[in-house]
Design a protein around this ligand. Structure first.
Ligand SMILES: [Zn+2]
Ligand SMILES: [Zn+2]
Length: 419
């Protein structure tokens, strides 16, 4: 078996990894680059964008754009495999954006024809046996894969973390169904960012509950598809008895999580409680504005609110109309979007909407170093290949006293058992 990292050996984002055996090709993810990444043109890839497609399949780990963002470019007859709930969530997002961005119209069409795999159920493609493992990440229904062919077992982590609500379950899953593997292909997003994992998702949950007790008028800037955070905030508001408000798009995403069966959604976290989220509607007479009236405003004046927003002018204008002279804003997304105007990741609209005096309530969707150590100890591979990192050398520096770390270059294949 041969591995090629087409993109992602030395950057976070734009991820494309290929496993090849006897002419059969299994690609994991086909993502777009993150803003500010060193621009590398979409590589022309044999079996994926050119040549013979008859022995190719693509696995998608999760719906973040750096993993799924180029899926619409895959020729029609190449099968794409993804988790069912991840597909549904992405379809809601792409459905909303399809008239603004043609890419989302294609993506939606592609996802309508995607094949579904199920957590813990092995499936085969050519010589490959693939075991999808549902894994904790800031995207819901995210997967790692154990991929077997040519008598070699590989664990491809995808994006993941151990400090999330179910992060620790991975170890029992390793014991029960994954076992030892020969190689680990591992994301290394946080090897130079140890501070971003200091809080666990459940600590954050408790802090936000305290916040909402302290502040009556709350505005939370949050990624619409960060499901665990979203439901944690909903239940915190519910517990305190303060109205929780989302727009119809965000509510659609919550509904699909509540309604669709998933290995994790049996938890009460993903159920509606005694009070449903309040849903904002658009004002039919003022296109682009959210509807408010006196009754709604005076209700919120009395009860307070937790409003979930995205950075856009409609929300900015709504926030101005809502009661509360001092509204408390929260950033529940990576702070890199707003703290350095010279950075390529800087989001000028978000920084404007958020303003000053916000409370930062976020923890990373990616794994910390200690947990990576624990994972490698458990899987005891012959070698580890870092991907999805902007510092492969740091990854090697941290782990190469205990494990063999193989640093690859984009587009240059390696044959397993030769290293
Ligand atoms: Zn991700
Ligand atoms: Zn990613």
């Amino acid at each position: 078996m041969r591995i090629t990292i087409h993109r992602g050996a030395d950057q976070i984002g734009g991820t494309i990894t290929e496993y090849e055996h006897n002419g059969w090709r299994l690609f994991v993810d086909f993502g777009e680059q993150l803003p500010g990444a060193p621009i590398s043109d979409l590589p022309d890839i044999e079996g994926l964008t050119k040549g013979d497609f008859s022995k190719t399949a693509v696995l998608v780990t999760h719906y973040h754009g750096d993993h799924i963002g180029n899926i619409h470019r895959i020729p029609d007859y190449i099968p794409v495999y993804m988790g069912a709930l991840g597909i549904e969530i992405q379809k809601i997002t792409s459905g909303r954006l399809k008239n603004i961005d043609k890419k989302h119209a294609y993506l939606l069409e592609r996802l309508n024809r995607a094949n579904i795999f199920r957590a813990g159920i092995i499936f085969e493609f050519g010589p490959f046996r693939i075991l999808p493992i549902v894994i904790d990440h800031s995207a819901f229904d995210a997967y790692a894969f154990r991929i077997e062919a040519d008598s070699i077992k590989i664990f491809h982590t995808g994006d993941f973390r151990m400090h999330g609500l179910r992060g620790k379950t991975l170890f029992s899953v390793i014991d029960s169904i994954i076992g030892k593997v020969d190689y680990v292909v591992c994301e290394g997003t946080n090897v130079i960012r140890p501070d971003v994992t200091l809080q666990s998702e459940s600590e954050l949950q408790r802090l936000m509950e305290k916040d909402f007790k302290q502040h009556k008028f709350n505005i939370v800037f949050l990624s619409s598809t960060n499901i665990d955070r979203l439901f944690s905030i909903y239940h915190a508001a519910l517990k305190i008895g303060i109205p929780f408000i989302v727009d119809y798009y965000q509510k659609d995403i919550m509904d699909v999580v509540v309604e669709k069966e998933h290995i994790w959604t049996k938890s009460m976290l993903y159920r509606y409680g005694s009070r449903m989220p309040m849903v904002l509607k658009y004002d039919k007479e003022n296109p682009g504005e959210y509807f408010t009236n006196k009754k709604f405003i005076s209700y919120l004046e009395q009860k307070g609110y937790v409003l979930i927003v995205r950075s856009n002018p409609s929300f900015d204008r709504l926030i101005e109309r809502l009661p509360g002279e001092s509204k408390q804003c929260y950033l529940s997304m990576w702070e890199g979007y707003v703290n350095d105007p010279s950075s390529p990741s800087y989001n000028v609209n978000l920084a404007f909407s958020l303003g000053k005096g916000y409370i930062y309530r976020h923890t990373s969707g990616h794994c910390d170093i200690k947990s990576l150590h624990n994972l490698f100890t458990k899987l005891s591979p012959k070698a580890i290949i870092p991907i999805h990192t902007d510092s492969p050398n740091s990854f090697a520096g941290i782990f190469n006293n205990q494990w063999k770390i193989v640093l690859m270059q984009d587009g240059i294949p390696l044959i397993y058992n030769n290293f």
